[in-house]
Design a protein around this ligand. Structure first.
Ligand code: DOR
Length: 445
């Protein structure tokens, strides 16, 4: 039995920030507030640092199995806990793709042996696997990922009948990547005709256009309304799509939206310095789009902030436009990005916690996590708003070894991460010890 007393914290939880101590016994939060420290308890004085529920990132690509030259569950989860992310939901565009229960079981086996944060997995939809999807329950997967636009991996679901079947019969939340591929292919052809293989990266948001996003996300929302499905539209990037989503608390919604930290941070001017490093799908668009996304977070039109952490090697990223893969590594830096934007007054700390911890837990029915509550698992992160984090190659933990933030100084730092009551990161270093990670449990959301 172990007890840990976190004292002099500023708790950020359920809309409030307030001074409190937190007593952790074994893997759970036992007491919030003042009280005696039981004999033999280890105490950590947080000296006014802010204590948040560990972040739950509902969209990461850890590349296992099959693409382990880019990343592994072990490497990316270690990066995650250094960044205050204590749980993640991993995507199915692996090799082979994760499109049935056998592949999910395989991933769970790898994760149980190697993953450093709590994990869950999506099952991927295809044009032909509806019968299998109907068998996949919350014990197997967190949700069904539907690529309604083609991206990394060949997982496009574009057969209208298959889509109807999925929306009509899904037992789990449906998470969609929305970009209308036929329009993108047309745009690609036009740019290829003009530039050959040397299409400038600045064209990416014009090829993967606002119209392509809107057409696909409006189709997804239409299908969800027709069939009463539980739909979560991933990584919105445009002001235009926002009209498809209602503001308000997530508890009342059947249709929700996610934005990713990089789409809240970069805009098209960033291509000039970062080039294909920030090539991603959907593309980073204009500053006006980014600002509208920020406002939508504040007004609760967007429900979840995640990363779409999608590592590729620098060698792959150095290729010409069509060959450079889309996606960038982010999971270690998402909380820092949000804290930095908090320093600019963009979001309050409770808003960050709501979008990056509470709401993913509510959306996916993640049991007893995502909140600082007595009896819940002790997944916690202490951050220092006065700290500074310099991103250099030594700081970066991703297997791919790079970050779009190399050279950046974020205002704020992660001081401590607790996972299931175990101190897994402290003072800039992961703590050696037995892995504390668990498979997430999903209750019908
Ligand atoms: O940019 C992206 N990269 N978007 C996706 O949808 C997939 C991801 C990846 O797996 O590389």
């Amino acid at each position: 039995m172990s007890t840990l007393h976190l004292v002099n914290a500023q708790l950020v939880n359920e809309g409030k920030t307030f001074a409190a101590d937190v007593l952790v016994r074994n893997d759970r939060i036992e007491r919030i507030g003042t009280g005696p420290t039981p004999a033999g308890t280890k105490t950590i004085d947080l000296a006014g640092k802010h204590l948040l529920p560990g972040l739950i990132d509902d969209q990461v690509h850890c590349r296992e199995p099959g693409l382990t030259h880019k990343a592994t569950l072990a490497t990316e989860s270690l990066a995650a806990l250094c960044g205050g992310v204590t749980s993640f939901l991993d995507m199915p565009n692996t090799q082979p793709p994760t499109v049935d229960r056998a592949a999910l079981a395989d991933k769970r086996r790898i994760a149980a042996a190697t993953c450093h944060v709590n994990y869950g997995f999506y099952v991927g939809a295809t044009n032909t696997n509806l019968e299998e999807l109907k068998q996949v329950g919350p014990g197997d997967a967190c949700g069904i990922k539907v690529f309604m636009g083609a991206s990394t991996g060949n997982m496009l679901v574009d057969d209208p009948k298959a889509l109807e079947g999925i929306f009509a019969e899904a037992r789990l939340p449906i998470a969609t990547h929305c970009e209308y591929s036929p329009l993108i292919w047309e745009n690609e052809q036009r740019y290829r005709a003009k530039y050959g293989e040397d299409v400038p990266i600045e064209a990416h948001p014009l090829i993967r256009s606002v119209e392509a996003c809107y057409r696909s996300s409006s189709m997804a929302v239409g299908l969800a309304k027709r069939y009463g499905a539980r739909l979560h539209v991933l990584h919105l990037t445009t002001a235009r799509e926002l009209e498809l989503f209602e503001p308000g608390p997530i508890e009342r919604k059947r249709i929700t939206a996610e934005v990713c930290a990089h789409h809240l941070w970069f805009d098209q001017s960033s291509y000039a310095t970062l080039g294909a490093k920030i090539k991603c799908n959907p593309a980073i668009k204009t500053a006006a789009d980014r600002d509208a996304l920020r406002r939508a977070v504040v007004e609760d039109r967007i429900d979840v902030i995640a990363t779409d952490h999608a590592p590729h090697t620098l060698e792959e990223k150095a290729r010409k436009y069509f060959e450079a893969p889309s996606g960038l590594p982010l999971v270690q830096h998402s909380l820092l990005m949000l804290l930095d934007q908090h320093a600019d007054g963009l979001y309050t700390l409770p808003k960050i916690v709501q979008k990056a911890a509470h709401n993913p837990a509510l959306l996916f029915g993640i049991a007893e996590r995502g909140f600082i509550r007595e009896g819940y698992f002790a997944d916690l992160v202490a951050v220092d708003l006065e700290g500074v984090t310099r991103v250099d190659t030594e700081q970066v933990r991703y297997k791919c070894g790079w970050s779009p933030f190399l050279g950046t100084e974020f205002r704020g730092s992660v001081f401590l991460t607790l996972l299931n009551g175990v101190t897994v990161y402290r003072d800039g270093q992961p703590v050696d010890g037995p892995r504390a990670a668990r498979a997430l449990e999903f209750r019908a959301a």
